[in-house]
Design a protein. Structure first.
Length: 269
């Protein structure tokens, strides 16, 4: 039987996947806690529009993706904060604008389907040394912010009004979470795909919540779930010759089903 670790591209892919498995849940936990799990998808759609703009103009798409992702995340947060537009409506606006804008700009430029698919579904098996550096920086920043500001971020995620009364800068902290999620999605899109990063913001956290009884335990377990999902999914993709994005997401869903069953049948009390 072929050993997947004999291949350099698999070792790089596993390392990149593990980094994303750490970075995405460390930010996603605050979105899930605030019941904004779909924000990752909203940011992903706007990131797609940024990628389309970059590809249509013949530029490196990542900077455009970052700008559009941050703009989309900021828009969602501002609409949610004002309270005049419900969060689900704000997300819907960003969803539709991202899809329509992305298709529009792709139609304006001579863009190959291969280039588009590499950002949508990722090309983790072709990760380069430069890609690993980029993903490493994102993972370090995401984890550092999550750990250093964990008490403040938990406070606003649990009860914004109480956090505001306590004197915390709720608006700025909310914006920080949104922008970190945006950068995580945009920067790692080329490596693991927009669709995958959006799923990884939510699924490991959702799985961990089923068997955790505290925020701290959920945080730690979601990181473990994230790494298991990405690495196991990559190995499955290698031996079954499937898209890594699909197998990683399916493994994440499988972990959620497993932890839900454990909770349901009373294994964890």
């Amino acid at each position: 039987m072929i050993d997947f670790l004999d291949f350099d591209f698999m070792r790089r892919a596993l390392f990149a996947g593990a980094l994303v498995g750490l970075a995405a849940p460390s930010i996603g936990i605050y979105l899930v806690q605030r019941r904004l799990a779909l924000m990752g998808d909203g940011i992903g759609h706007v990131t797609f529009m940024g990628v389309a703009v970059g590809l249509a103009l013949g530029l490196w798409p990542v900077p455009a993706a970052i700008v559009f992702a941050i703009a989309g995340a900021t828009t969602i947060e501002l609409l949610r904060r004002r309270g005049k537009t419900a969060s689900d409506v704000a997300l819907a606006l960003v969803f539709y604008a991202g899809i329509a804008g992305g298709v529009l700009f792709l139609g304006m430029g001579n863009v190959s389907n291969i280039a588009v698919n590499s950002f949508l579904f990722g090309s983790v098996l072709t990760v380069s040394g430069e890609d690993l550096v980029i993903v490493s920086v994102v993972a370090i920043v995401a984890l550092a912010v999550s750990l250093v500001l964990r008490k403040h971020l938990f406070a606003i995620s649990y009860d914004e009004e109480m956090a505001r009364v306590s004197g915390l800068p709720v608006g700025r902290l909310n914006l920080l979470i949104a922008c970190l999620a945006a950068v995580t999605v945009a920067v790692t899109a080329k490596v693991v795909g927009i669709l995958l990063v959006s799923a990884m913001l939510v699924l490991p956290v959702a799985a961990a919540q089923q068997i955790s009884h505290s925020f701290a335990a959920t945080f730690r377990l979601s990181l473990v779930m994230g790494v298991i999902s990405t690495t196991t999914g990559l190995v499955v993709a290698f031996y079954t010759d499937q898209f890594p994005a699909a197998t990683i997401v399916l493994v994440s869903i499988g972990l959620f089903v497993m932890t839900s069953a454990i909770r349901r049948f009373g294994v964890v009390r």
